[in-house]
Write a protein that binds this ligand. Structure first.
Ligand code: FMN
Length: 231
């Protein structure tokens, strides 16, 4: 079957983890977010709220979270102070999900030449999350705390629509749940209300094609492994 343009954009999108310093225009970011708002949502609730950061405010926030992450890494007891906004991952991992998670982690580290036990290198790579992998623009997404679980489903559609529209305009993205632990640092800086919960962050900008990390193309199970044609 010939690929459509949409198929092509979906297929080439990948999470970028190194960005150039080229600043995407505000018009382009606003346009992409506007297009993404065409995502469907139950009874058209449109549960999304987006905070866009660039320049000094972005740098200040990154500095604070990088510092907090470094402190937690040195003193794991501090982790209790930074709670995730919601449980994105299962409490107990199990197959086949744990296997995919491991494969994903080790493939990425392998590409970067990081071996098992090289904790400092792993720390530094993970910490890059908190600089939006150097992307000059960072997005934070919040949702009203009292909305239902279904609204998170709607949110996923909005996020993917952002990533697909961005890709079609030559921008790269990386959705980031890593920020969620540091919500209590982030929400006052972005000015989110008490009734809002951080859903995730996202790096957006122009991918640095010279960086090896951006050659990381993740595998997928074959479609026949998850499709059941019910007879
Ligand atoms: C909601 C969400 C949160 C994610 N959080 C992170 C993150 O914090 N850091 C990161 O490097 N990648 C993050 N990812 C990217 C995934 O690791 C990536 O989507 C997955 O490995 C598949 O690779 P691909 O996006 O390149 O196709 C996240 C993805 C999603 C959808």
């Amino acid at each position: 079957m010939d690929n459509s343009v949409v198929d092509e954009v979906i297929n080439v999108r990948m999470s970028a983890r190194a960005f150039t310093q080229e600043l995407p225009s505000r018009e382009l970011i606003d346009h992409i977010l506007g297009v993404a708002s065409r995502a469907p949502s139950g009874v058209n609730t449109q549960p999304w709220k987006v905070y866009v950061l660039e320049g000094k405010l972005r740098d200040k926030l990154c500095e604070k979270v990088c510092q907090a992450y470094a402190e937690v890494s040195k003193n794991p007891e501090l982790a209790n102070e930074y709670k995730e906004t919601y449980s994105y991952y299962p409490e107990k991992w199990f197959s086949p999900y744990i296997d995919r998670r491991r494969e994903n982690g080790w493939s990425l580290y392998g590409l970067l030449g990081i071996e098992k036990g090289e904790k400092e290198k792993m720390f530094l790579q993970h910490q890059r999350n908190f600089r939006f992998f150097d992307a000059p623009v960072g997005l934070f997404f919040t949702i009203h705390k009292d909305l239902g679980t279904g609204s998170i489903l709607d949110y996923g559609m909005f996020l993917q629509s952002i990533m697909i529209s961005a890709q079609s305009h030559g921008l790269a993205t990386c959705p980031q749940a890593a920020w969620n632990k540091f919500s209590k640092i982030i929400t006052p800086i972005i000015g989110a209300g008490e009734d809002e919960m951080l859903v995730c962050g996202m790096a957006i900008g122009y991918a640095d094609r010279a960086q090896k990390v951006n050659t990381f193309k993740t595998p997928r199970s074959k479609a026949e492994e998850f499709i059941t044609w019910v007879k």
